[in-house]
Design a protein around this ligand. Structure first.
Ligand SMILES: *Cc1c(COP(=O)(O)O)cnc(C)c1O
Length: 420
């Protein structure tokens, strides 16, 4: 696509943008009475304005109905997760029964590992990307220990080639094949939080299965950001949080995908609780765990209504906008940011892949000199990217609330900075 670095051009793209009206559905930030260009949707999505009414509804039912809100509330709490599964399933390319919303991400990652990481003396290795998000590193390390396996022996880290920042698909697949006799599971990010690289989950899943391993993905940076087809890709399980690209609030709830092929598998061990028990007899307080079919059978506790009410309101926006439109705008918006950043390539390097197939909306930048100083400068100009140690600035224009003019403003600030 042809781009120009002018305000007129950016405004024209905003006028042609089918999704521009959704910007108004969010609380956009201001600092000192001036608008902020928010580029941290990869870290915490902005608040949808509809969230307040959604929470108020549940507060009202609680105030007026007490415990009877479980059955007589407007959105009966007993069934609350049902109100989320269909829309969440669309975002990750799953069947509704393959998805459940519950808990938080790291908790769900452990719950899935309990079921899908079942090391034997022969097959016990876990493959993940090097420098994965720390929670994932700690989860894999302690899962190995929990099973009496030395993490230094069990964990295989996929590393980029010398002088490269991102992983090549061919290298990932070659590593899987090289470990075909000992690999128990591939558990990696769908989009790496640091580089913004999206992995070829379909290929990874296919080859890992051919080698007899299980496959799980942490989609914290992928859900709501890239096209996912978890069912068709035959991924065994996936987990994601909802407060990044899914705009569902700090500490918000999380999603879990378990492929249909495991929906009724009684041989999968799991840590169970009453909410995963057959809904029809949940309140009969019977002995003997009888799991619900599908992902719902992994629930432990009763639904967290408040974070879920937020998520429900947020998913309604995605549904209204149409996720395909969101993804389409995302590609153009990010390509525009890339075009603007390329003007400064003598000063900075974009480490995120330039091929749209291998990224979402995030671009990660390494500034050749004193990146922190540029970051602070941008903040002083009401532009809010985020900083990740040791040296990366992440910018994530989010299609539902960022505009092309936002990107133009980033370019103007960079021009000021590098001119001085
Ligand atoms: C954001 C993120 C987390 C955070 O985990 P929580 O349990 O939600 O605090 C974990 N893993 C990855 C890859 C993330 O990006």
């Amino acid at each position: 696509m042809h781009f120009e670095n002018t305000l007129a051009f950016a405004s024209q793209l905003d006028q042609q943008d089918q999704l521009s009206r959704f910007r108004d559905d969010f609380h956009l930030l201001q600092k000192d009475g001036k608008p902020v260009v928010y580029l941290c949707g990869n870290s915490l999505g902005l608040q949808p304005k509809s969230v307040k009414a959604a929470i108020d509804q549940e507060l009202k039912d609680w105030a007026e109905l007490g415990v009877e809100g479980h059955f007589n509330g407007k959105n009966p709490w007993m069934y609350y997760h049902h109100f989320l599964t269909e829309k969440a399933a669309k975002i990750v390319g799953a069947k509704p029964k393959e998805v459940v919303i519950m808990n938080n991400l790291s908790v769900n990652l452990h719950l899935m590992m309990v079921s899908f990481y079942r090391p034997t003396p022969q097959r016990y290795k876990i493959m993940m990307e090097v420098s994965a998000f720390p929670s994932d590193q700690y989860a894999m390390e302690t899962q190995a220990r929990f099973h009496g396996v030395d993490p230094n022996d069990a964990i295989i880290e996929l590393k980029p080639r010398e002088g490269e920042y991102t992983l090549r698909t061919e290298d990932i697949l070659a590593q899987i094949e090289a470990n075909k006799d000992s690999l128990a599971i591939v558990m990696m990010g769908g989009v790496n939080y640091y580089t913004g690289q999206a992995f070829d989950m379909q290929q990874i899943s296919k080859v890992a299965h051919e080698m007899g391993a299980q496959v799980g993905f942490d989609l914290a940076h992928a859900a709501g950001n890239i096209n996912l087809q978890l069912h068709d890709w035959e991924v065994d399980f996936a987990v994601w949080c909802t407060y990044k690209y899914l705009n569902s609030g700090p500490g918000g709830t999380s999603g879990v995908f378990v492929h249909e092929k495991h929906a009724n598998n009684p041989n999968l061990p799991r840590f169970a609780g009453w909410w995963g028990h057959d809904e029809k007899e949940r309140f009969q307080m019977k002995k003997g765990f009888k799991p619900m079919e599908g992902a719902a059978g992994w629930q432990l506790s009763n639904a967290q209504i408040f974070p879920m009410a937020i998520h429900k309101a947020s998913l309604e926006i995605f549904d209204e906008a149409g996720f395909a439109h969101v993804l389409n705008k995302s590609q153009i918006l990010t390509a525009y940011l890339e075009f603007i950043l390329e003007e400064f390539k003598e000063h900075l390097t974009i480490i995120t892949p330039s091929d749209a197939k291998f990224r979402g909306c995030q671009l990660s930048i390494i500034v050749k000199q004193d990146g922190r100083k540029l970051f602070d400068f941008l903040e002083s100009k009401n532009i809010m990217p985020d900083w990740r140690e040791p040296d990366v600035i992440r910018m994530s224009p989010v299609p539902l609330y960022n505009s092309f003019e936002d990107i133009y403003k980033v370019g103007q600030a960079l021009k000021n900075y590098f001119a001085s």
